[in-house]
Write a protein that binds this ligand. Structure first.
Ligand code: MLT
Length: 215
C-alpha cells in the first residue's frame, strides 16, 4: 500500500484485508477505548469474525493527558457534544475514503467499539446510520440525546453492559437501549457479571450473535 495515500486518510490506522477470495465479506471497524490504540481490538475481531472479515482500525485523534480517544470530554461521562458531533462526521468521512482506497463494500460495515469507541459508534448510529449495517457495543453509554430519532429499522445492534460498571450506570445503559429500540433497531443486550472491563464471556456472546446477523 502506498504510504502517502494511507496517510492522506487522516487517521493513523490498520487495515487488514479479508482473505475471502470472493471479496464480498464484511468490514469490521474497530474503535478502541480511552488510552487504547489501533492494535487493541484486533485479537477480539479475530474471535468475532470467523468469516474472514476485513479489519479497519483507526487510532483516536483526541489526546487526554496523552491518552488517545475519539472525542473530547469535559469530565468522566460528560461529553463535549460539539466535538463529539464533529468527530463523528470526521470518522464517517474516514470510513468512506478508506472504502475507496482499500475497495471494501460500504454496505457491510460493522462497528466494534469498546467504551469511548462504543460511544462514538453509538453517535454514528444516531447521526450517520447509513454508514453501518451492524454495531457491537461493549460498555456504551448515551453519547447525546438526539433531537430527532434516526430510522434504524435495518440495523443490528448488540450491546454488552457490566452489572456493576462504575463508569456506566445501569439507567444510562437502559436509556441507550430504549433510544435504539424506539428508533426500530434490531437490538440485543447482554449483561456481564463485571465492571467496565471486557470479559471473555461477552466476546463469545457477541460472536454467537454476530454469526446470526452477518450477511
Ligand atoms: C471512557 O473512559 O472512555 C469513558 O468510559 C467513556 C467515554 O469517555 O467516552
Amino acid at each position: 500500500m502506498d504510504e502517502k495515500k494511507k496517510n492522506q486518510l487522516g487517521f493513523i490506522h490498520q487495515f487488514i484485508p479479508s482473505n475471502n477470495s470472493k471479496g464480498n465479506s464484511s468490514t469490521l471497524v474497530l474503535l478502541h477505548g480511552t488510552g487504547g490504540n489501533e492494535n487493541d481490538l484486533i485479537p477480539i475481531a479475530r474471535v468475532l469474525s470467523p468469516a474472514n472479515a476485513s479489519i479497519l482500525s483507526p487510532l483516536g485523534k483526541v489526546l487526554e493527558n496523552g491518552m488517545p480517544r475519539f472525542f473530547r470530554r469535559l469530565s468522566e461521562g460528560v461529553f463535549d457534544i460539539e466535538d463529539l458531533k464533529f468527530r463523528t462526521h470526521e470518522l464517517v468521512h474516514f470510513i468512506e475514503n478508506a472504502s475507496k482506497l482499500y475497495s471494501f463494500d460500504l454496505e457491510h460495515v460493522i462497528a466494534v467499539g469498546y467504551s469511548n469507541g462504543a460511544n462514538i459508534a453509538s453517535s454514528i448510529l444516531l447521526l450517520r446510520p447509513e454508514i453501518l449495517s451492524t454495531a457491537i457495543l461493549f460498555r456504551p453509554m448515551v453519547p447525546f440525546i438526539p433531537d430527532t430519532l434516526p430510522n434504524l429499522i435495518s440495523k443490528n445492534i448488540f450491546m454488552s453492559a457490566g452489572e456493576w460498571d462504575p463508569i456506566v450506570p445501569r439507567q444510562n445503559t437502559e436509556k441507550l437501549f430504549d433510544i435504539f429500540k424506539k428508533a426500530h433497531a434490531n437490538i440485543s443486550i447482554h449483561w456481564q457479571k463485571s465492571g467496565h472491563e471486557l470479559g471473555q464471556e461477552e466476546i463469545l456472546a457477541a460472536k454467537e450473535w454476530l454469526s446470526h446477523h452477518i450477511s
